[in-house]
Design a protein around this ligand. Structure first.
Ligand SMILES: [Zn+2]
Length: 78
């Protein structure tokens, strides 16, 4: 299996886990990363404002999964 494919399925799996358990995650309002509710600061941008709404977490997880797919497709075309 090419590395891109395993990376994609890894991301999709992660997204599925987040969607199944949105209460354990929150969305960084600065960089749109999904982080666990245990962190106080975003590990990506050190932001401290988060959206903890389950609906927002699920929406962002789906967007990230879709973005991963777009990236792979884009690489395939090059
Ligand atoms: Zn962030």
């Amino acid at each position: 299996m090419p590395p891109e494919d395993s990376h994609l399925s890894e991301r999709s799996e992660k997204a599925a886990k987040i969607i199944a358990q949105p209460g354990g995650f929150k969305v960084c309002e600065s960089c749109d990363s999904i982080v666990t509710t245990r962190v106080a600061l975003c590990p990506n941008c050190s932001g401290y404002r988060f959206n903890e709404e389950a609906g927002a977490v699920i929406e962002q997880a789906r967007a990230l999964a879709a973005r991963a797919q777009t990236t792979v497709t884009h690489q395939d075309l090059q």
